[in-house]
Design a protein around this ligand. Sequence first.
Ligand code: HEM
Length: 511
Amino acid sequence: MTARERVAGTVANYVDERTGAAAWMKKNLQKVFPDHWSFMLGEVALYSFIILLLSGTFLTFWFDPSMRHVVYEGSYQPLKDVEMSASYASTLHISFDVRGGLLMRQIHHWAALIFMAAIVVHLLRVFFTGAFRKPREFNWILGIALLTLGIVEGFLGYSLPDDLLSGTGIRIAHAIIQSIPVVGTYLSFFAFGGAFPGEIFIPRIYIVHVLLLPGIFLALITVHLMLVWYQKHTQYPGPGRTEKNVVGYPLMPVYMAKAGGFFFIVFGVTAFLGAVASINPIWLYGPYTPGQISAGSQPDWYMGWLDGLVRMAPPIETHAFGHTISWNILLPGLIIPGIIFTGMALYPFIESWISGDKREHHLLDRPRNVPNRTALGVMSLTFMVIAMINGGRIGILVLPPLAFVITKRICLSLQRADRELVLHGKETGRLVMLPHGEFIEVHEELSAEKKFTLTQHEQVKAISLVKEDTGGVLNPKGIRAKLQARFSAANAENIAKPTATEVKELEGGHH
Ligand code: HEM
């Protein structure tokens, strides 16, 4: 034993005698985690969250969340002697006069954009592979909560500097709050402490941004990861992988090394972007004054869909009982987002109702094998992208359903291609002339592993509609059962996968 090993042993022993950690660590560090590149998306979200905490803490040392009026005397000459809030002046100070300040601001902002992108792509991975199914529905709902909080946290963050762009964003939020029927005006008075913009909104959202939401994030992410740990991670299908086992590598040393290295890659990429790519150059926008707005005002990307929906809404207002209801803000600003997020949170339950499948699932789906879900996902994505690029009122109504139909057809075609592959093998491009003059292309049979992977999945069956029970009494759940039967028939539309007999027959001889 070398001296170093002896010292390490003594330290470990000292800690273990006082905490009893060794047995716990031995069990958990050997935990097996399945391997797939897409499982790193959640990790990117986690690491960018850590970067946000570190860079954000740095910014709090100099940022002054106050609406106090000051006259700018810092080193950015174009704004010299301009009147502004202390919030804006301190953000300029961080950008121009604090060593490393601009770099930290830019790292913080880039980390926020990457965090949100990682969350969304991670969500898509979980959705398209069916990882949200029983027993992981609760983790899915936690995820939707994290996504929602992420959007709010990002919005509050870029609202803090009190520049012209952030003030414009707050103005939109103010209008959305006011559009709530009956209580809107009171709520906005409560939030802003009186009329817009007031003096207290920024100090308030500062505490929410640096204390309240990060605390909630830390708690929710901890529970999220504990659930992944406890329920075990899902795995992609393949030979040897079943609903009852986990095939992969142990946490220590394989994943510890990978995760540690990967954190530094995410940090490196974020720091590189922060160093070379300008983001939110607030000195170009100037301080916020309610009477001004710049023509090209755009929010951060994860707010773009909401901004697009509000811009796209037709000007509808109704007046009733002395109240004005601005549907043009209420609908795109609150009702549609509410429906989208509630629908997403409830999706695992809706799908299991339609398919009638209440079993646990630890093996993931290949998206093509669940055409309806995949098509619904692409349809929702199309809706969001059209809203984000402000693709027009006709576009937002016509293109998402079109995306549904096209995606479903593509999935079914891919299923057909899989069936062909299993039954007839891969095309090799080698043409051969048979003795009687016919040309054929030689097909190469798939390996047993590949055949297994392409055919191991279960195909959903439609629920048959039960109109009467055994005693001849009409089903009291008539309409619900009808709806369920209709959805489940659409859900069960699939290309029949090859049966064992079909494969055997073909293996017996011809192509
Ligand atoms: C702050 C944001 C989030 C963080 C830090 C985070 C982190 C993680 C990590 C590290 C994993 C394990 C690796 C992986 O499967 O990628 C995971 C798994 C999971 N996450 Fe998230 N996540 C976040 C948001 C979300 C969202 C928005 C959803 C969906 C609505 C979600 C749903 C899930 C589910 C269902 C699992 C289990 C996946 C499986 O076992 O295959 N998470 N998360």
